[in-house]
Design a binder for this molecule. Sequence first.
Ligand code: NAD
Length: 390
Amino acid sequence: MATQSNLPRRSFLQRLSALGAGLSSIPLVGSAGIDWYQAEHSRIYTLMTNPSGLEQPTRKLGVALVGLGGYSKTRLAPALQQTQHCRLSGIVTGTPAKATEWMQQYNIPRTNVYDYKTFDRIADNKDIDVVYVVLPNSMHAEYVIRAAQAGKHVICEKPMAITEKECQQMIDACKKANVQLAIGYRLHYEPFTREVMRFGQEKVFGPVKFIESSDAFRIGDPTQWRMKKELAGGGPLMDVGIYAVQGTRYVTGEEPMSVTAQFGPKTEPEKFKDVEETLFWQFQFPSGAVSNSTTSYTAGVERLYASCEKGWFELSPAFGYGPLKGRTSKGPIDLPHTNHQALHMDGVCKDLLDGKKLPDHITGEEGKRDVRLLQAIYRAAETGNKVKLA
Ligand code: NAD
C-alpha cells in the first residue's frame, strides 16, 4: 500500500536523479522545453535541499511591467524579487502616485518609468529587455504590438487577446520585429500541472476517457473592467474559463474537434448585463476523449479530473496560485509547492538569455489556439449548434 501511495513522488525523484544523465523524457504540450523543465526541477530540488548549491546566473534580463493593477502588485512584482534570470527594472503606469510608490519600494530609477503616452520611448532603454503586458484583455494587442515595435521581447497575460485576428497581428508584429512573444501561462512551469500533463499524454493510467475541468469564482466589484465586454472580451470564460480549456488540452495533448456549449441562467441580471454569468461547454477530442467544463462569476469551483481506462487522476485546486493538491487512483501526488510566477518568468527569460526559441506551448501560437476555442465556445452557446473545429 505504502509503495502505491508513494509512486508519484518516487517517480518525480527518480526523474530528478536521472537529470544528470539526461535519461528522463517528459512529454510536453508542444514540442520543446524539456531541457528547461529538467533543469528547473533540479533547481527547485536544490533550493529545497541545499540552497547554497545554486549556481548564480551571470546576467538577469530587465522586465518592465505594463499596468500596475492587482496581478502586477500582488504576484508579479514580488515574484520578480525571487527570480534567477530576470529582475524588475521598469514600470508603465497612468497613475503618478503609483509610480512614486513603486520607485521607492523596488528601487526603480525615474528613467525607467513610463506612462501610456511615453511608452514607445522604451525602445531607447537598454535596461529593459522584456515588456510584460498586464492590462485589461482588450488592451493586450495594442501594447504587445507597440512593445514589439520598440524592439523588446514580450510577455502577455492571458487571454492573449479578445479575437483570433488580434492574436495573429500580435504574432506577426513580434515576428517582424524579430522578438519573442510568451503568454502568461504560469501553470506550464508548475510541477503538479506538469505531472498531470505526463499522466494524460503518456497514458500512465491508460487512455483518457472523460475530463471534468472547471474554473469559477464569485466576482466582487460589479463595476470592474472584467464585467465590461468591451474591455474583457466576455465574462468568466475569458478570465478563468481559459484555464479549464487549457486543462483539457494539456491532459489529452490534443486539439478538440468540436464543441457544444450552453449559457447558464442569469440569477443576478442587474449585475450581468454585459457578460455571461455562467457557461458550460463540452469538447470532443480525436482520441475519443470527451470533456465537460463550467466557468462562472457566481460561485467557485477549481478542479481538473481525468477518468482513464485504468484509473483516474485529479488536481483540486487545479488552477490558482497554490498550493495545488493532487490525487490519483494510486495515491496522492506529492510534489513541492512553487511560486508559479517566478518559475514562469525564469523559464521564459532563461530561454531568451540562451538565445533559444521559446517552447511552442508558451508562445503566441498557443495563446491564439485558446482564443480561437473561446470564440468557438461563445458561438456554440449563442447558436445552440455544435461547432466543428477540425
Ligand atoms: P486589475 O484591474 O487589477 O489591473 C488592471 C490595470 O490596468 C490597472 O493598473 C489599471 O489602472 C490599468 N488600466 C489601464 N487602462 C485601463 C482601463 N481602460 N480600464 C481599466 N484598467 C486599466 O486587473 P488584473 O487582475 O491585474 O488583470 C490584468 C491582466 O492580468 C488581465 O489580462 C488578467 O486576465 C491577467 N491576470 C492573469 C492572472 C494569472 O494568473 N495569469 C491573474 C490575474 C490577472
